[in-house]
Design a protein around this ligand. Structure first.
Ligand code: ZN
Length: 144
């Protein structure tokens, strides 16, 4: 059985790492997700400008005590597991002709916003493209 428990936190002033809006008044909440015996506690800050849910590495009730710099280090853009998995897969499977390229294209599409996942996906895509080209050349040579 899955149950989510959300508890509201204080309003904090943040510089949003997604839309780069400065000093916006953001709502916060803590979330406790229970799925059977597994429970997962996460803390979130919601940017009022772009509506991004930013992951906070600390309990939101601690956020008002932090300096502006500390806050910047505490909150970060959230990347779903699927997006991160595709970025890594595109690197690992890049050398498999055509499959690597297909995963690379998907990874780039999923991770369009500038981030390290975006950079990883681009590298995976390039490896995939090169292996597909290499494989094509190999086939062409063998046909002669
Ligand atoms: Zn924003």
């Amino acid at each position: 059985m899955q149950a989510n428990q959300r508890s509201k936190g204080p309003i904090v002033t943040i510089d949003c790492p997604v839309c780069h809006e400065q000093e916006v008044e953001a709502k916060t909440y803590n979330m406790l997700q229970r799925d059977g015996i597994i429970s997962n506690f996460t803390s979130w800050v919601v940017c009022p400008e772009c509506r991004s849910h930013l992951l906070s590495s600390r309990d939101v009730n601690e956020l008002p005590n932090l300096s502006r710099e500390e806050l910047q280090e505490t909150i970060s853009e959230y990347f779903p597991l699927v997006n991160r998995a595709f970025a890594v897969l595109s690197l690992l499977l890049g050398l498999i002709p055509f499959l690597g390229l297909a995963i690379g294209v998907l990874a780039v599409l999923l991770n369009r916003r500038p981030s390290r996942w975006h950079r990883l996906s681009r590298i995976g895509f390039i490896i995939g493209a090169l292996s597909a080209i290499g494989f094509g050349i190999l086939i062409a040579i063998q046909k002669k």
